[in-house]
Design a binder for this molecule. Structure first.
Ligand code: ADP
Ligand code: MG
Length: 172
């Protein structure tokens, strides 16, 4: 059975991992967290002193994922998307969270003030939405509100319906 590949992107803290894991468990699709994958495989290419985090080796990440993406049925979670091959994804969701809500979530994570402000700016200037729109066909890029538990439930139900329809459309 042919299954679609789904990209979940957005500023850190918007709820990609929460949605991705729940969606995977309810759809049977496979969930891949690119941050975790990089950590496990040490897929890094240097260290960013200013942001105090390792720099992703994007080419190695793409190589690592290529075979699974070809097979289909993968949900990818990452706060960036311009380095993935466009052909990988059948649909792209950019999660969006109100500033005050996001601020509280990132504060709870213990982000320092600079990292907090940078991420809030990232959300205000819709950096990830612009990146997704520039990297994929506009008609496959969708924004999802991700502020409250009802949003999560709505988003899951909508995406499950979309998956079901996609599978029907691609079966013969
Ligand atoms: P990301 O993977 O995008 O960084 P997470 O999935 O880790 O974000 O979510 C960040 C925090 O926000 C978590 O504490 C999570 O429980 C909470 N959260 C995520 N989605 C929602 C939502 N729709 N409503 C309320 N809280 C949420
Ligand atoms: Mg996450």
């Amino acid at each position: 059975m042919l299954q679609p590949n789904i990209l979940l992107t957005g500023t850190p803290g918007v709820g990609k991992t929460t949605l991705g894991k729940e969606l995977a468990s309810r759809s049977g699709l496979k969930y891949i967290n690119v941050g975790d994958l990089a950590k496990e495989g040490h897929l890094y290419d240097g260290y960013d002193e200013e942001y105090d985090c390792p720099i992703l080796d994007e080419d190695r990440v793409v190589d690592e994922l290529e075979n699974q993406m070809k097979e289909g049925g993968v949900i990818v979670d990452y706060h960036g998307c311009d380095f993935f091959p466009e052909r990988w994804f059948h649909i792209v969701f950019v999660l969006r969270t109100d500033n005050n809500v996001l601020y509280k979530r990132l504060e709870t994570r213990g982000y320092n003030e600079k990292k907090l402000q940078d991420n809030i700016q990232c959300e205000i200037f819709q950096v990830l939405y612009e990146e997704a729109m520039a990297s994929y066909k506009e008609e496959i890029v969708h924004q999802l509100a991700s502020n409250k538990p009802e949003d999560l439930e709505n988003n899951i139900n909508q995406i499950l319906k979309w998956i079901e329809q996609w599978i029907k459309d691609h079966s013969s």
